[in-house]
Design a protein around this ligand. Structure first.
Ligand code: PRX
Length: 658
C-alpha cells in the first residue's frame, strides 16, 4: 500500500489514501509491523482459550488463578476466568506501588479555573483506601451498588477505585444528566449510596450537582439510598440532610490508609453503566471484574502503547464508558500517567485543549470527532498558537470521523506526523474492538481499519450471510471476548434479544450485533456507516447518512452536517440534510444548489439531498452525539416525541422548528 497525503478526496466511498506507519513509529512500537499483528490474530483464532488465558495471567494480578478461561455453555451469558480471584483496584494501584512505582504520577488533574493536582500512585492508593474505609463506615458492603454523580475531579476516579476495592459495583451517572435521569438510574440499580459534589465548573459556570441529588431523592423517591457523600468543589451553599449526607473532607481523611483489596470472583460485577437503546428507557450495561479489567488493560496497551515516561490524555468524561476504560481503568492498570481535565474549550478559552497539551507535554491525545470538527470550524489559528510537538499519537472515538476531519487532525494537531487511531467500540463492548495498532496497521482516513486480535468481526445481511466487498450490512462480532457486557441489569431477556438474537445464528452460533452498519473494503478494512437506524434506503440503495454528511462537510462552506431519511412515497426514503456553515459563509439559494451538486459529485446522484436546511447548530447529546432521532422527526414534520433529557441545548430544537 502506498502513502499519499496530498491526494484529493474524490468521493468518500472511494477514499483511497493510505498512511503507512513511519519507521520511527514501527521502531518504538511494541507490536511492530503487520506480520506481528497477523501472528497475534492467528494465535487468538487457532486457540482462543490459550490466547486469553495467557493474556490474563500476564496482564492481571491474581489472588487465585482461574480454572477455566471461557465458559460459553449458556450463550449469550459468558463466564470468563471462572474460579479466579482478583481485584481491579489492586491491579490499578497496589501492584505498581509494590513494583517500586509509588512515586510515579498516576493522575495529572486540571480544574477548569486552572488549578493543577498531581497524584502519585502511592498517594492514589492511600486515598482510595481511605475512601474505601469511609464507604464501609457508612454501611456499604460487598455487592451494594453505589451511584456516582460527579464533576471531573480526581475524587471521581478515587471513588470508582474505592468501590472496586471493596467489591461494591459503581454506577456512574454523567454529571450533565438531569435529576430525573439520575433518579431513574438510581432506582433501576437500587443504589445504596450516592457519591457527589456540591457542584462542578463547566464552561465558566457552576453546575449544581448536590441540588440535583436532593431533587432526585426528594419525597422518598429513591428509597434504596441510605447515604450521600459530598465532595466540596465549588463551595456554593447547599443543603445538608443530617444522618444521610456526609462531607467527603470530614469523613475520608479521618480513615486509615489500610484497606486490603477484597478478593473478588472474576464474574463479580464491577460496574453498571446506563446507555440509550434505540427506544425506551436506558439499559444498564453490566461489566464484571476480570474480563473487563483485562480488556481495558490489553486494548490500552495495544493501541496507545504508552511508554513509562509518557503522558496520556483522554478528553472524555468519567460519566461515559470512554472515561471508565480509557481515563481510569486502562491507563491505571498499565501504570501510566493519565490526565483528567474538568473543563472544555469555551469562548473564554478556545485553545484550552492545546494549552493543556503544551503545558503538560502530553504525548497521546484521545478525543471525539465532534470536537475535531468544532476545532476545524473555528480555524487553525487557534491551535497554531501552541507548541504541540510533544504529541506522538492521536486517537478518536465515539462516531465515524469524516476523512476531512481526520486529515485536519493529522495535519494541524499532529504536525503531519502523528498516527491516528480511529477506535470503534461501544459501552457494551467494554473496550476498543476495531482500531489500527499504530506500529502495525496502515491507516485510511475515515476507517477504523481492522479488528483487534481475538475479535472476529464481520458484515452480514439480515439473513446472517456475509456481504460482498463494499456492500453495507450489519456489523457483527462472532465470538465472545473478555470485555463484553454480561447482561442488561435486571433484564437478561433484553440482553439476549437486542444483542444476540437480532440476527439469525451463523453456523449455529449466536452472534453479537453491535447496532452499527458498516462495510469492508477490498483490504478488509472496516468503514462504520453509523447506527443501523441511521442507514437510509433510497430507491433500494443503501446509503450511510455519514457518507453524505462527510461529502457535505468536504465542501468549503460547511462546518457540520447531519443527514436523516424522511419517508417518501416513491423512493422509500428521501434525504434531508441539516447543515451548519463555516463562519462567513452565506446560506442562499446558490449555495443550496451547490451543495446538492457537490454531494452528487462526491458520492453519486443517488445521494443528492432532496432537502437541505441551514441551521446555526445541531441538536446534540451532552456527550456530543447528534440526536438524529429528533432530526428525523423534524424532517418528517412530526412532533418530537420521546426522551430529550440528554439534549445539550434545548434551544436548538426551537430554532430548528422555525
Ligand atoms: O455507532 C457507534 C459509535 O458509537 C456507538 C457506541 O456508543 P457508546 O456506547 O456511547 O460508546 C461510545 C464510545 C465508545 C457505536 O455503536 N462509534 C463509536 N466509536 C466509533 C463509532 N462509530 C464510528 N467510528 C468509531 N470509531
Amino acid at each position: 500500500m502506498s502513502s499519499d497525503s496530498s491526494a484529493k478526496i474524490e468521493t468518500v466511498l472511494q477514499e483511497e489514501r493510505v498512511f503507512n506507519p513511519s519507521d520511527e513509529t514501527i521502531n518504538r512500537a511494541s507490536i511492530k509491523g503487520f506480520a506481528q499483528y497477523q501472528k497475534m490474530v492467528n494465535s487468538a483464532k487457532s486457540d482462543p482459550q490459550k490466547f486469553w488465558g495467557e493474556a490474563a495471567l500476564e496482564g492481571l494480578h491474581w489472588f487465585k488463578p482461574f480454572n477455566t478461561v471461557l465458559d460459553w455453555t449458556d450463550p449469550p451469558f459468558a463466564r470468563w476466568f471462572d474460579g479466579g480471584k482478583t481485584n481491579v483496584s489492586y491491579n490499578c494501584l497496589d501492584r505498581h506501588v509494590k513494583q517500586g512505582k509509588g512515586e510515579k504520577i498516576a493522575i495529572i488533574w486540571e480544574g477548569e479555573p486552572g488549578e493543577v493536582r498531581k497524584i502519585t500512585y502511592k498517594q492514589l492508593l492511600e486515598q482510595v483506601c481511605r475512601t474505601a474505609n469511609a464507604l464501609k463506615e457508612i454501611g456499604i458492603k460487598k455487592g451494594d451498588l453505589v451511584a456516582l454523580y460527579m464533576p471531573m475531579v480526581p475524587e471521581a476516579a478515587v471513588a470508582m477505585l474505592a468501590c472496586a476495592r471493596i467489591g461494591a459495583p459503581h454506577s456512574v451517572v454523567f454529571g450533565g444528566f438531569s435529576s430525573e435521569a439520575l433518579r431513574d438510574r438510581i432506582n433501576d440499580g437500587q443504589a445504596k449510596a450516592i457519591i457527589t459534589a456540591d457542584g462542578g465548573f463547566r464552561k465558566d459556570k457552576i453546575i449544581s450537582l448536590k441540588n440535583a441529588v436532593d431533587s432526585a431523592l426528594s419525597g422518598n423517591s429513591c428509597p434504596s439510598v441510605e447515604s450521600v457523600l459530598v465532595v466540596k468543589r465549588t463551595s456554593e451553599s447547599i443543603s445538608f440532610s443530617p444522618g444521610r449526607d456526609y462531607w467527603w473532607h470530614e469523613l475520608v481523611p479521618a480513615q486509615s490508609i489500610d484497606c486490603p483489596a477484597e478478593e473478588m470472583d472474576s464474574e463479580d460485577r464491577l460496574f453498571v453503566l446506563y446507555t440509550s437503546g434505540s427506544t425506551g428507557k436506558p439499559k444498564g450495561v453490566v461489566h464484571t471484574t476480570a474480563g473487563y479489567n483485562l480488556w481495558a488493560h490489553m486494548t490500552f496497551q495495544w493501541i496507545f502503547d504508552v511508554r513509562e515516561e509518557e503522558i496520556y490524555w483522554c478528553t472524555a468524561d468519567v460519566g461515559w464508558i470512554t472515561g471508565h476504560s480509557y481515563i481510569v481503568y486502562g491507563p491505571l492498570s498499565n501504570g501510566s500517567t493519565t490526565v483528567m481535565y474538568e473543563g472544555v474549550p469555551r469562548p473564554s478559552n478556545p485553545g484550552a485543549f492545546w494549552d493543556l497539551i503544551e503545558r503538560h507535554k502530553i504525548n497521546i491525545f484521545y478525543t471525539a470527532p465532534t470536537a475535531i470538527r468544532a476545532f476545524m470550524k473555528s480555524g487553525r489559528d487557534i491551535p497554531d498558537k501552541y507548541n504541540l510537538k510533544s504529541l506522538r499519537l492521536l486517537g478518536t472515538v465515539g462516531e465515524p470521523i469524516n476523512p476531512e476531519a481526520w486529515i485536519w487532525y493529522r495535519d494541524v494537531i499532529g504536525g503531519n506526523s502523528c498516527p491516528i487511531v480511529d477506535t470503534w467500540w461501544q459501552t457494551e463492548t467494554g473496550g476498543v474492538m476495531i482500531s489500527p495498532l499504530p506500529g502495525a496497521i496502515p491507516t485510511k482516513p475515515g476507517s477504523a481499519t481492522l479488528p483487534l486480535p481475538g475479535i472476529e468481526a464481520e458484515i452480514v445481511n439480515a439473513e446472517g450471510k456475509s456481504v460482498d466487498v463494499n456492500q453495507g450490512g450489519y456489523l457483527v462480532i462472532k465470538h465472545p471476548w473478555p470485555g463484553m457486557m454480561r447482561t442488561v441489569h435486571g433484564n437478561p431477556q433484553r440482553f439476549r434479544e437486542s444483542y444476540w438474537e437480532y440476527l439469525p445464528p451463523i453456523n449455529g452460533s449466536l452472534v453479537y450485533f453491535a447496532g452499527d452498519g458498516a462495510r469492508r473494503d477490498k483490504d478488509g478494512y472496516f468503514w462504520i456507516m453509523g447506527r443501523v437506524d441511521d442507514v437510509i434506503n433510497v430507491s433500494g440503495h443503501r446509503l450511510g447518512t455519514m457518507e453524505i454528511e462527510s461529502a457535505l462537510v468536504s465542501h468549503n462552506s460547511v462546518a457540520e452536517a447531519a443527514v436523516v431519511g424522511k419517508p417518501d412515497d416513491i423512493k422509500g426514503e428521501a434525504i434531508v440534510a441539516f447543515v451548519t456553515l463555516e463562519s462567513g459563509a452565506n446560506h442562499n439559494e446558490k449555495l443550496l444548489t451547490d451543495l446538492k451538486v457537490h454531494v452528487s459529485t462526491e458520492i453519486g446522484a443517488i445521494a443528492r439531498p432532496d432537502e437541505i436546511r441551514f441551521t446555526n447548530s445541531l441538536p446534540k447529546t451532552r456527550s456530543g452525539k447528534i440526536m438524529r432521532r429528533l432530526l428525523r422527526a423534524l424532517a418528517a414534520g412530526e412532533e418530537v416525541k420521546g426522551d430529550t433529557s440528554t439534549l445539550e441545548d434545548r434551544n436548538v430544537l426551537d430554532e430548528l422548528r422555525k
